[in-house]
Design a protein around this ligand. Structure first.
Ligand code: ADP
Ligand code: ASP
Ligand code: MG
Length: 418
């Protein structure tokens, strides 16, 4: 039997009527002759509520219990989806991660897949079941504890199942009808893309476009999964949505194909840190050990101090997620107290956002950065930090200008035009 993976995100299973609507889409694929693996998220808002309960109960929580609690949202929707399908005369059953068993590492709240053995689910398909409804976002560690994959992880569950079961396609049903040139909630001019290259989607996702979890795109790229994003609220067919595919399946691509943003960024600067070999390792080692996800790093020009003082000083700036600022601060102050380095001041700016333009066309076109900077200058938006790679340029700006800046870049690179 050909097999499809269909994933429904939180808004697509937000209540019983939406679960019915999603189940009808599954039933239609079964009627076309597919066996279907359905991956479900928790009802929208549920995971946030569960995380809140954990944090209120225990601020420095045991990550194993965090996973035990936050994974439960998906268990509810998996059961409800199986029941709804049964009511529609579709032979279906639910699967929690451990029942498959979805084997992951033991990195709680950020686990990665180790293996998804097919045998149990295949045996049920062989018995005549048409649909396996699997709770997304979760797995089981080698120690037998429940794990979760990080926020948005059901996308990754879906792609991993598509790879493990050699699915014909992996359809990600969500509340937008595809991948857009930028977040359609921010820019009314955002345009839906029919196709997007894996590399571009990977950059957009990792730079903040939460329509797909970054890891899901990585897996799809590695295992050549045909990945599609489409709306669960519209009538859809095999041409709907956006196909995420190899670069050579895209006829023409623009220099810039999308604008991404990330709101919860913070910028920290160690002012006048001694500039000597090993200083970066001395600073970023303890940050890494503390689990801080450092993103952009800028080291300023080195200056010597007063005449006669041979030492050189520099400013070291980095960005990290806002909710890791306290941890980063502690790691730096502890390292300073241990004598690893000294600095004059530690300046934190938590009101910044990261804005990025992405496009594989940048590989062969010069001048994209200059156009981006000119567009921001025209809006009087100050750039605080810049980083580039082969197919993206990112800047940090004041958060209050983020929407304005997204629109300005969207206009400059004419992303509203096909
Ligand atoms: P789900 O609950 O289905 O997993 P998410 O909320 O995780 O859905 O992702 C869908 C959301 O991603 C959309 O509602 C949209 O606001 C946001 N988004 C951000 N960037 C983009 C983009 N470039 N294209 C489409 N959606 C985007
Ligand atoms: N429910 C989880 C979350 O909100 C996983 C997901 O929806 O993909 O992050
Ligand atoms: Mg999501």
């Amino acid at each position: 039997m050909p097999l499809l993976v269909m994933k429904f995100g939180g808004t697509s299973v937000a209540d019983l009527s939406r679960i019915k609507n999603a189940a009808a889409k599954v039933k239609a694929e079964v009627a076309r002759g597919y066996d279907v693996i359905v991956i479900v998220s928790a009802m929208s808002g549920k995971t946030n509520e569960l995380v809140g309960w954990v944090e209120s109960t225990s601020p420095l929580y045991d990550a194993r219990e965090y996973d035990a609690v936050v994974s439960s949202g998906e268990n509810v929707t998996a059961g409800l989806m199986a029941l709804t399908l049964q009511e529609m005369d579709v032979p279906a059953r639910s699967w929690h991660g451990w029942q498959v068993p979805i084997q992951t590492t033991s990195a709680h709240a950020a686990a990665r897949f180790v293996d998804i053995p097919r045998a149990n689910i295949d045996a049920k398909f062989a018995e005549g079941f048409k649909v396996a409804v699997v709770a997304g976002f979760q797995g089981v560690s080698p120690e037998g504890r429940i794990t979760t994959l990080g926020r948005g992880g059901s996308d990754t569950t879906a792609v991993a199942f598509a790879a493990a079961f050699a699915a014909e396609r992996c359809d990600i049903y969500t509340d937008v009808d595809g991948v857009y040139t930028t977040d359609p909630r921010i820019s009314p001019k955002a345009r839906k893309l029919d196709r997007i290259a894996f590399e571009e989607m990977l950059e957009l996702a990792s730079l903040g476009a939460k329509v797909l979890q970054t890891r899901s795109v990585e897996l799809a790229m590695r295992y050549k999964v045909r990945l599609r994003v489409l709306s669960s609220f519209e009538d859809t067919d095999e041409h709907s949505g956006t196909l995420v595919c190899d670069e050579d399946e895209i006829m023409e691509s623009k220099v810039v194909s999308g604008v991404a943003y990330s709101r919860d960024e913070a910028k920290m600067t160690l002012v006048r840190v001694e500039d000597r070999p090993g200083i970066a390792a001395a600073i970023f080692g303890p940050l890494a050990d503390a689990g801080v996800n450092v993103d952009m790093i800028v080291q300023n020009i080195s200056e010597t101090d007063a005449p006669g003082d041979k030492r050189a000083y520099t400013d070291m700036t980095f960005s990290c997620p806002t909710n890791q600022v306290a941890r980063a601060k502690k790691a730096i102050e502890d390292a300073r107290d241990e004598g690893k380095f000294v600095y004059a001041d530690l300046v934190t700016d938590i009101d910044v956002a990261k804005l990025s333009v992405v496009g594989i066309g940048m590989r062969s076109h010069a001048g994209v950065a200059a156009r981006m900077f000119a567009a921001l200058a025209a809006e009087n938006v100050n750039i605080k930090v810049i980083t580039t790679s082969e197919i993206k340029i990112s800047v940090l700006i004041d958060r209050k200008y983020m929407e304005l800046a997204v629109q300005a870049l969207h206009d400059t690179f004419e992303l509203d035009k096909a």
